[in-house]
Structures are given as C-alpha cells and as structure tokens.
Design a protein around this ligand. Structure first.
Ligand code: DI6
Ligand code: FE
Length: 408
C-alpha cells in the first residue's frame, strides 16, 4: 500500500452512524490518508501491510481522534463589547428591554460600522485562533452587525478573507435581517425590501454568502417578513436557515421547514407541531446552550421531542457580544449536557456529523470514514465523554485539516 500518512497508537470516535455505539468508536485503531482523504480506517490489527520506510507514521500516544469540530452558528465578526449591558441585566433589565431602548444588537452595529476592515479581520483572527486551539476546523460566520449595504459586505468580505488565510474552513451566512436597521426603525417593511432588492443582489454578485438567515422574533422580523426574505434568498440560490423560537413561539420553524431550511436555531419555545414539521423536512435543530446560559433562560428546548422525532441536533456557540459572549465550542459540549441533558455522544455529534449536515457539507466532513476529507483532531483523553465532561485543561493536541498537520 502506498499512503501519504498513517496514524497508529490511537482510538477513534469516528461518529460514523454505520458503526455501533454513539461515538462510532474503533479502539486500538489505525487510519491511512492519501492527499486530503481518508483511504483506510479500522482496527490496527487489520491494517494492510505498507512500506514503513517511505510512509510517514504518526503515533497518537494512545489518545483519541475525533472529526474536526464544526461550529455551525457564530456571529464571530463584531467590534466592541456589551459588558455594560451585562451589568444592566444584573440589575434587572431584560435582554428585550435593552434592545427596545436602542442597545443590544444596534449597539454592536454602531461599533462594527465604525471598525476598519483590518480591525475586524484582526478581531476575527484572534477569535478563530481561540476556537482552532480547541479543535475547530470548520466554522460558520454570520454577518448581521452592519444592517446597511457597505458594512454587511465588509463583514462578509472579512469572513471570506479569514477563510483564505486560516486553516479553518469558513462558511458565510448573510444575516442582514438580524435586526431592523436604525435608519428604518419606523418602517421595517422598507428595510425588508432593501435587503431583498439592494443588499442580497450585491452579496450574490460578489459570491459572499453560502447561506441566508433571519431573526424571526417579536423584537426583529415577523413571520410574514421572514417568509418574504427566505423566499427571496432561496430564489437567489442560497441555503436558508432561521433564528426561530428563541424568545417566543411565532411558528418560524414550521415556516422555515416548509421552505426546506437546512437548520432552525435556538428553539427554546419550539412546540410539537414545530418539531414534527422540521422532522418531516429533514431540517436540523441547532441548540445554543451558551445563549440559554448567558440570558439565564429557564425554558428548555424540547429535547425529548427532538429525540423522539429523530431530528439531528446541532450544538453551536452562537458566539456574539450580546447573548453568548463565550468563544468556546468545547464549553458548549459541557453545557449541552449539563443544561440540556444531552448525552456526551449526542453533544459530540452536534459539533461534528450533525453540524456538517446543517452546513450542507455532510458528504465531506463531520464523520471519519473512507472517502471523507481528513479533517480530524487528536485529543489527550482516555474516553470521548471527557470532551463534554471536563472543561479548562484543554486536551486538544493536534488538528489535521484536509490531510495537513496543523502546527499551532
Ligand atoms: N439571537 C441571539 O441570541 C443573537 N442574535 C440573535 O438573533 C444575539 C445577538 C446580539 O445580542 O448581539
Ligand atoms: Fe445567533
């Protein structure tokens, strides 16, 4: 056999549903790679003979290998911070009160409009490095802190640039409909029209987005406005997804499901009809425990119903300055289990196999199997449950991205 690299002295949590056990585990495993692809994976004692003199062999020291982690919902690119609002909330103001008083998302919009491309790139690079050091190899980044053409384009261009300059793959989402722009406070329908007629065509012309998202909520866009926006995006050829049922139940999930959305996200207020609808359309349910935690939400997403209807559950950081200022995908694994009672295996599927599905890249990444891209991490752990169990000592050792060992 002629291979470019072979890994031995490892255990593998492949997350391959074809293998038994929640992790698709292979203990005392081996894996072989040619170029950017996995060409052999299995128990070490079944590894075919290969030329040990000409093949680089990597030893994993008995640790575990998982697919590279995928953070499928982030608002990574913003300027400033909202620690002042954190203090206000500690004194009793609600997230909605602050938003209605012109703070919240609009405060970050102001800071982000004022930031230069270079500043924004630098902020993004540092945050992406922090995630990469926890094993993230693919990330989704949303715009949504511009709410005007130039700044939305600036954020998406910087996101694309980050993807070019960093080993982490970046998928971009145009979220011009994150909040009603300050210029349109009294005419949200006109802002919806501006998104559809001015911003979306400009985003498409520069190929700046892979997907389109809307915040469907009583402090943002109504279901009618959301439907109009999602239809326009779909017609333009973008994947669609939705911030839905975060603070109230407006039926956004059903709407998004009826339009074939890849995912609906947040979902604390999702009901059974909504769960049925997303199960029927093959839409993923993205759960964001960081926002639940930081907003001290008490209403849990309907986890048991999602399990019952076999909806793929995604776990993501929702990293943003208002509702989840926590730049850590690993901490989300822990919170998914402690706050939402997911099993550690479900949580890991949420940042690998299911996250890949939510981004439409499940044919390439998220599972370790023959033919998949060689995106994986080596961890200094004795069982994959440790990734969700403990936090703070970071057991991450190495990432391999598209067959390349990353030095960081
Ligand atoms: N829901 C959220 O939790 C974030 N965006 C959204 O639509 C919050 C964004 C922020 O507060 O800056
Ligand atoms: Fe979000």
């Amino acid at each position: 056999m002629e291979w470019d690299q072979v890994w031995i002295d490892i255990n593998i949590a492949s997350m391959d549903p074809a293998l038994s056990g929640g992790y698709g585990e292979i203990t005392d495993a081996a894996m072989a790679i040619i170029n950017d692809k996995i060409v052999w994976i299995g128990p070490r004692d079944q590894l075919p003979a290969f030329d040990v003199l000409s093949t680089p062999v990597y030893r994993g020291g008995g640790g575990w290998i998982t697919p590279g982690l995928i953070d499928a919902h982030t608002h990574l690119l913003f300027a400033g911070n909202r620690a002042n609002e954190f203090e206000m909330r500690l004194q009793g103001a609600s997230y909605q009160d602050i938003a209605k008083a012109g703070g919240g998302i609009l405060a970050t919009v102001k800071a982000t409009r004022a930031a230069s491309d270079a500043d924004l790139f630098e902020l993004g690079r540092k945050r992406l490095n922090a995630l990469a050091k926890e094993g993230v190899t693919t990330i989704e980044i949303k715009s949504g802190y511009g709410l005007e053409l130039d700044t939305e384009l600036k954020i998406l261009r910087v996101a694309r640039e980050l993807g070019k300059h960093h080993h982490v793959d970046v998928k971009t989402t145009f979220l011009g409909a994150h909040a009603v722009a300050p210029e349109y406070q009294h005419d949200s329908d006109a802002y919806v029209d501006a998104i559809i007629n001015e911003m979306l065509p400009a985003v498409m012309a520069e190929n700046l987005a892979d997907a389109f998202d809307v915040f469907c909520e009583n402090i943002a866009f109504s279901p009618e406005q959301t439907a109009k926006l999602l239809r326009a995006a779909k017609t333009a050829g973008l994947d669609i997804k939705l911030h839905a049922e975060q603070l109230s139940n407006l039926g956004g999930s059903q709407l998004a499901a009826s339009l074939g959305a890849k995912s609906v996200d947040h979902l604390e207020y999702l009901d059974e009809a909504g769960v049925k609808a997303i199960a029927a359309s093959g839409t993923c349910a993205t759960l964001l425990p960081g926002a639940f935690y930081f907003l001290r939400e008490t209403k849990l997403p309907p986890i048991e119903l999602l399990r019952q209807y076999q909806v793929p559950m995604v776990i993501a950081s929702d990293y943003n300055p208002g509702s989840s200022p926590i730049c850590s995908t690993l901490l989300m694994l822990n919170m998914a289990c402690t706050l939402f009672r997911l099993t550690p295996a479900e949580a890991l599927a949420g940042v690998t196999r299911h996250a890949a599905k939510a981004l439409g890249i499940e044919d390439k990444v998220g599972v370790l199997a023959v033919g998949m891209q060689a995106d994986f991490c080596l961890w200094d752990i004795t069982h994959p449950a440790e990734l969700a169990y403990s936090y703070g000592t970071n057991p991450f050792k190495h990432a391999v991205k598209a067959g390349k060992l990353i030095h960081q």
